[in-house]
Design a protein around this ligand. Sequence first.
Ligand SMILES: [Zn+2]
Length: 344
Amino acid sequence: MVTVAALLLVLCMQAGPAAAAPRPGAWSQGPWSELFGARSRKLRGAALPASVPLPKPRPPDAPASESEKPAAAQQTPAETDKPAEQAAAPSPSACRLALSEQIAIAPSIPDIHGAGGCGGEDLVRLEAVVLADQHQVAVRPAAILRCAMASAIADWIRTDMAPLAASLGSVISDLDNFDSFECRGRNRVAGAQLSEHGRANALDVRGVKLADGRSISLTDREVPRETRESVLHSVCARFMTVLGPGSDGYHEDHIHLDLMERHNNYKICQWNVWDPMPQVAPLLPAARPEEAPPREVAAKTDADKTDADKADTDKTDAAKSDAARSAAPAPEGRGVTAATKKRR
Ligand SMILES: [Zn+2]
């Protein structure tokens, strides 16, 4: 028993210091870890994978990958939202993309689906055409058109009409829109085939205004024939339908333009460029000299009195009295003035 007890004591004495030795060592590493947290973390990080090869390294990697996944997830919804919005609203047409603000001020408007096929899609409100030098040609009033028709108008103004105005020594300031989208039959005839205006595919133009104040009315005979013919050739090359004076009686004061699709791309160009009105002799007499009008008025007054006397004998006395009144001031030198007042 004594030997057993002694052995136990010896073991306890040896085990005690042996077990206590590592503790101070462990605690001594504690301050290190607190003072050099980075190192301790590196050590821990390095120690953990070393001590536990697979399980523990993965959790740290897992949170990292999860943190990345949410980041990606946050980007994904943001990216998916845009496609969702684009999916809700139809993607812009090629025409819409091409009709940029460098070409025209033409914001998109909602589609119109009316009765009888009236309306259209890919519509814009053409407010102005932007020239190459950024000058804007206002469309007054703004025209509701399909994008393709608005683009055709913009290209026509930019490519043909702007140079025409330049040849006249000015620039275009306004495009006179007589009619654009309107749900109606052709030529406003009830029951007639739907007009291209009803499909937002037509524009009626009366003319253009120039920055210097001049106007070019396309149907005005007084506008030089060469100018009107230039416009005629331009629009008939660009549009599927051109109707003007001499076409059907409905287009004597404006030009109808549209992009109606027909078989074999058949075009209609009906616009007679009338010659200027013949120069006839003026109906009114030439400008009177300053002294002429009063004399002429006085003479006519006397003639009127003579006619009145012949036509109405009952008023002979009155006419005579009037003549007496008008003659009375004459000796005073104011006969002319009195006669003029009487005529008014
Ligand atoms: Zn028209």
